[in-house]
Design a protein around this ligand. Sequence first.
Ligand SMILES: *[C@@H]1O[C@H](CO)[C@@H](O)[C@H](O)[C@H]1NC(C)=O
Ligand SMILES: *[C@@H]1O[C@H](CO)[C@@H](O)[C@H](O)[C@H]1NC(C)=O
Ligand SMILES: [Cu+2]
Length: 357
Amino acid sequence: MVKLLQLGVLGLAISGVSTALALPHTDVTVAGKHKTPKCKGMSKREEWRNMKKSDQKDYINAVRCVMTSPAKLPKLKELGAKTRWDELVMLHQVEALQIHSTGTFLPFHRYFLHVQQFLLGECGYKGGLPWWNEPLDAGKFMKSPLLDPVTGFGGDGKGIGSCSGGPFEGLMVNIGPGFTNKPRCVNRKINDFFSGLTNQTYVDDALSKPDYESAWLAIYMGPHLFGHIALAMMDGNSITSPGDPLFFTHHGFVDKMWWDWQARNLSARLTDMSGPNAQLPDIGFIEFDGGIAKEAATQGWGSPSAAMLAITPDPQKGDNGPETTLDHVMSSLGIIPDATIRDVMDIQGGYLCYEYV
Ligand SMILES: *[C@@H]1O[C@H](CO)[C@@H](O)[C@H](O)[C@H]1NC(C)=O
Ligand SMILES: *[C@@H]1O[C@H](CO)[C@@H](O)[C@H](O)[C@H]1NC(C)=O
Ligand SMILES: [Cu+2]
């Protein structure tokens, strides 16, 4: 432990020096400011409370539009998707056992936000995605401007079904919980003990990790998980929590942590990828006891149907083995074209063009 800590401090000291030495790489400047000629327009991801009121409104209206636009993809409609938003949630549901507790967790969710942005674009939204700086609200999510019932994403869930109300009042999500599909309101239940654990201490801990293997695990088991438990979005369900639009601001925070970690040693970390590409049957979700089969019962989410399995991508596609590589192919089940992990390693690499501000 002590050894690791010392190494961490040493790593930071070295990092200051080497950034200065890295100047000859013309496409890399200091501390996360990564300029690349591959991006023409740069999408700005602003922290929610720094956005203009009118931009916040545009974003919420675009989300409502996706939630009320009819589903388009025949295979997803057959499985129960009624809206474009349902298709997005179903993508996360179908692939749930290969995108959580795995090396693909961070790249897939980066791609998933890109898919969400594409769908918002169908509704005419041209702005960037908001992200949520959760440490600012640690221990007091209840009072966060994001949970404002009028100007935010609706509030803490109320009454039967824990509906969030606010801008999503009356809208239904038809995917979930788990591998079942039942219409539900946007719902959540805030717990400010767990929101306290989204504080800077755990963010800093994750950012100090020396390699991707330890970084994804620390992000996943730390701030990512604490935020999910604190919000209990969509019945607190790990498989279909993206039904609640707040999911995407939480995952903006998660994605930014990965990018901030990458930016500390960009030359090495634009290619650092590892970890399993699917859950191990005996382990399942690492945050729960028991393997995949036991969790299906204890978490009450059941198992994917045969029809669902028939459209589930091969988690080893591109990897040709059980280990996640840069060639790993990510699929959105036809919402947008497939992409590889290599495509999303750099948020300004051409396939993606955005910055956190
Ligand atoms: C960046 O990563 C490379 C490869 O792991 C390593 O050799 C180098 O020392 C790292 N630089 C810093 C500043 O940590
Ligand atoms: C974060 O929460 C942990 C656990 O309650 C606590 O030990 C730590 O001091 C907190 N850090 C900050 C920066 O508040
Ligand atoms: Cu997820």
